[in-house]
Design a protein around this ligand. Structure first.
Ligand code: DGT
Ligand code: CA
Ligand code: CA
Ligand code: ZN
Length: 581
């Protein structure tokens, strides 16, 4: 069982306890355990085997027992009892991001709301506002949250599905007879949300193999099993479609089951135009049945006169014609990133000191890291005053002294205040090497105000990167009302980079906006926004977004070396000076 699943279980307990109105400290203990689990780089299962689970701060005896029961049996009696105690309607309502358990209970008690449809109706009629503690703003947030639920109805953001797929692949690869196991479908294409997990296995005897899939330990339920296909449901509710083929069919099947449907339809009509070739999950065939290709994807594409196409851009948006013209430009890979442009330390709300963050970044292959602590007005994140920035400089200098082959750049994640001014005086901003500017407060401003606020920040000669541009938190809230089209145009005009925040809670910008930015000539920064060392694993998600957006290393600011980044920052300041004259 993966840590994400355990964390989800603990979170659910906390939600249910909160709905029941249980003791605050008890609830907080579960939330803290979730936070600690998020930080772990080891799997809980391994820690249980080593008897080390209790060493994790925040996991005491009671929570440890529950985790062990859940991991070893796949069920938890305590949770099942809670689920009986709490009205199912309340669980339904708390699915809405931004709608906490307490508010959900007020709505349920006050208006007898049982479904999301009913909730939307009363919110639209402004009837929620009469309830205790619900302001116009809460009502608006609930409507936004409802829109998010609708958009992702039954679907999961891709990083979460990848983590589950990792665990499945590891199990599959150990099964007797499995020669190869890979992810296919929308997950391989790294679509923002996926409906299920599609997996493909190469085996000499596909039919026997598919029967074995039905016995995978991760399966909570077998939905369908027969022939060369098995469908399972995981404990999280996620569906997994497994298919097995013989090794000589693997490339054709992998191509076919990766999709997208639009891409496959276009490829098929191309192959028909090209001398009536037939392309399916078994291979590429001539009319007389001669098989031309099938073992690898490369040969399948070659058989229809195309270069291999990276899965992330197989959406039927012109990629086939491009690949018919020759090899496609190499899209960004996580390994192309040279450094991090957005990281926090204990000076603000990070959990580690500068040296720890720097060596973690170096450990993942980075050569520099801009230390971008928060600024003074963000008191909940322990934001820095100009004086504390000055004090921090000494620690940065000593870390730089001590490390070789790595450089910490001084930086800030400066708050964009509600009026669009920046939360540090110009001379302090000018003294920093890299400045990320972000919106963190007054998130509910109307579109004109919010957009103008961000534009003002982009026009500052000191702002090098706009952080998490839409401010969405996938677990909590939707995008601000900012007009991204306008922001992208201004980023292009001023030479400001836009961030792809790789945190699985943000994924901001997403592939759609990142592609728009690329097309407008804007540079992107693929950032971790790391607050502790394990978060330096996030480029896996950010680079997948970048690939879907069609970005090559040339489009990505932190694919340059530190000097290249600083050069970009100088060029931005010069450009702003020029255009504002
Ligand atoms: P999802 O699951 O909604 O996130 O999206 P996909 O693209 O993973 O769709 P899924 O799971 O239904 O099917 C996986 C791939 O298999 C799909 O991208 C293309 C291929 N495929 C499935 N059904 C058909 C079909 O009827 N015709 C063709 N040409 N391909 C199909
Ligand atoms: Ca799928
Ligand atoms: Ca599927
Ligand atoms: Zn931020």
């Amino acid at each position: 069982m993966k840590n994400v699943e355990v964390a989800a279980m603990l979170n659910r307990i906390a939600d249910l306890l909160e709905i029941k109105g249980e003791n605050f400290f008890k609830i907080r203990a579960y939330r803290e355990a979730v936070r600690q689990l998020d930080n772990l780089t080891t799997e809980v299962e391994a820690m249980i085997r080593g008897g080390r689970l209790r060493d994790v701060p925040g996991i005491g005896e009671a929570i440890e027992k529950k985790i062990v029961e859940y991991v070893t049996t796949g069920r938890l009696a305590f949770l099942e009892k809670l689920e009986v105690d709490v009205p199912p309607a309340l669980l339904e309502l708390t699915r809405v991001p931004g709608l906490g358990p307490r508010t959900a209970k007020d709505i349920y008690d006050g208006l007898g709301i049982l479904t999301l449809d009913a909730l939307e109706e009363v919110a639209r009629a402004h009837r929620l506002q009469g309830l205790p503690g619900i302001k116009a703003r809460t009502e608006e947030n609930i409507l936004k949250g409802l829109a998010m639920v609708k958009r992702t109805q039954g679907r999961v953001y891709f990083p979460q599905a990848w983590m589950l797929a990792d665990s499945l692949l590891a199990t599959l690869r150990e099964l007797e007879g499995v020669q190869r196991a890979e992810v296919a479908g929308s997950l391989r294409r790294a679509r923002e949300t996926v409906g299920d997990i599609d997996l493909l296995v190469a085996a000499a005897d596909p039919v026997t193999m598919c029967a074995a899939f039905a016995r995978l330990p991760q399966a909570a339920e077998v939905i369908a099993q027969g022939g060369t296909r098995t469908s399972l449901r995981l404990r999280s509710g996620m569906q997994v479609d497994l298919r097995a083929v013989t090794p000589d069919q693997f490339g054709a099947a992998w191509q076919y089951f990766t999709g997208s449907q639009a891409h496959n339809v276009q490829l098929r009509s191309r192959s028909e135009r090209m001398g009536r070739l037939k392309i399916n999950e078994y291979g590429v065939f001539r009319e007389d049945g001669t098989r031309l290709a099938g073992e690898t994807e490369e040969e399948v594409y070659a058989a229809v006169g195309c270069a291999w196409i990276p899965p992330e851009i197989r959406e039927g948006m012109g990629e086939i014609d491009a690949a018919a013209g020759g090899p496609l430009p190499a899209l960004l890979q996580a390994g192309d990133l040279e450094g991090e442009l957005h990281a926090h330390s204990r000076w603000s709300d990070g959990r580690s000191d500068v040296a720890t963050m720097a060596s973690a970044a170096q450990g993942r292959g980075y050569r520099y890291m801009a230390l971008t602590d928060h600024t003074q007005s963000l008191t909940i994140a322990n934001g820095l005053t100009p004086e504390r920035f000055a004090a921090r400089a000494a620690e940065i200098a000593s870390v730089n002294q001590a490390m070789s082959g790595f450089r910490v750049l001084s930086g800030a994640e400066v708050d964009i205040l509600p009026d669009g001014s920046l939360d540090l005086p110009d001379e302090v901003l000018a003294s920093l090497e890299v400045v990320v500017a972000s919106v963190h407060t007054a998130l509910d401003q109307p579109p004109e105000v919010m957009t103008e606020r961000v534009l003002r920040a982009l026009r500052s000669p000191h702002v090098d990167v706009l952080g998490h541009p839409t401010c969405r938190r996938l677990d909590r809230r939707g995008e601000t009302s900012v007009d991204m089209e306008v922001v992208i145009a201004e980023a292009a005009r001023t030479g400001t980079a836009l961030e792809i925040n790789s945190s699985p809670m943000r994924l901001d910008l997403n592939d759609f906006w990142a592609r728009r930015a690329r097309d407008a000539g804007v540079m992107l920064a693929v950032d971790c926004d790391a607050h502790y060392p394990a978060e330096f694993d996030y480029p896996r998600w950010g680079s997948a977004i970048a690939r879907r957006a069609g970005l090559t290393p040339a489009h990505v600011l932190n694919a340059r070396d530190a000097e290249g980044v600083l050069e970009h920052c100088r060029a931005k300041a010069a450009r702003v000076a020029r255009i504002s004259r």
